[in-house]
Design a protein around this ligand. Sequence first.
Ligand code: FEO
Length: 405
Amino acid sequence: MKSIEIKPGIYWVGAIDWAVRDFHGYVTPDGTTYNNYLILDDDVTLVDTVKYDFAEDGIKNIAYLIDPSKIKNIIVNHIENDHASALGRIMELVPDATIYITGRGKKGIERFFDISRWNMKVVKTGDELKTGKYTLQFIETPMLHWPDSMMTYVKEAKLLISQDAFGQHLATAARFDDEFIEYASHAELEDAVIDYYANILMPFGTLIKSKIAQILKMGIPIEMIAPDHGIIWRGNPERVIQMYQEMAEGKTKLRVSIIYDTMWHSTGMMTRPIMQGIKDEGVDCKVIKLRATPMSVAIKDFWNSRGTLIGSPTLNNEVFPSVAEFMTHLRGLRPKDRIAGAFGSYGWGGGAVKWLYNELNNMKLETLEPGVQVLYRPSPEDMEQCYEFGKEFARKVKEYHENYV
Ligand code: FEO
């Protein structure tokens, strides 16, 4: 892959990972990219590195443009392995380079590398680095999504290098949003943004809202947003900012996801009348069987729906393991602005539905209780109860959704 000029003298020198399908547990059917950027100015500056496996590809991309030993500054916006694990390899080439990093970034990076001989300069919001004709301004974004995180704004280019924020897991020949839309569609691009937000940034909505407000208040013109994954926002950077603002405000679809698993089909059977009841109330519904669906896809469906019903059989007085796994993921993502409920089946001793409501209440989600539980096999009366539960839940979802439109 060739380096690509994104602004005068500023180049994408990253790597495309067409093959990755499991990104620390997050399923990436379209692969991803590790974007980093080279600023050819009086002082040559590299912003971020790539995942270690792609270090040599990144170095080749730099070498297309300049002898890599000429790099004077390295900005480390984020120390997670997909962006910083090639840093050691780069430092072998330029041991005298100065690394610009946040205080928390420095504390973190020394757990990965021996930094005793490296020139480290700790920066905070508002600090600037003049590279020649360009001025780089640093903006700390702690917990978006790691404590060390920051963004780098290139003033004269009106370019925001945003690290993970505004990124997407998309390996594509397109480097820019307008190119991608030409090859694929707006809908595909926005779906990738939502997928990334749901699985990585869901817990940080409040922080995202205030950080975007802070950046807008700084009055910095943004013509281009260059994240560390996926396409670069050149055609319509305002759209991704708007999407983030809306998601942080709790915007989602008037839709219900039924996320379940089943042992001998009883809980699975219950999904059909529940879905029919939801549909008969005029609400769209999607049914997701957990062992047939990657966890990150189920999380995206949860995020894309105002309401979710979780279904589980009881196994040895416990919730079914795949459902417990989903709930563990969901708990960590600290969901908000959604309504939920539960249903399930049992043989001799129940437990799963109670456990699910306990979890949902601990997450402080709005719930419709007590849900539906059936013994062994749903009877016609049970199926009717499921249908009515679906209808009642859909009505509650519509009512709750009104608060967000
Ligand atoms: Fe793409 Fe938080 O690393």
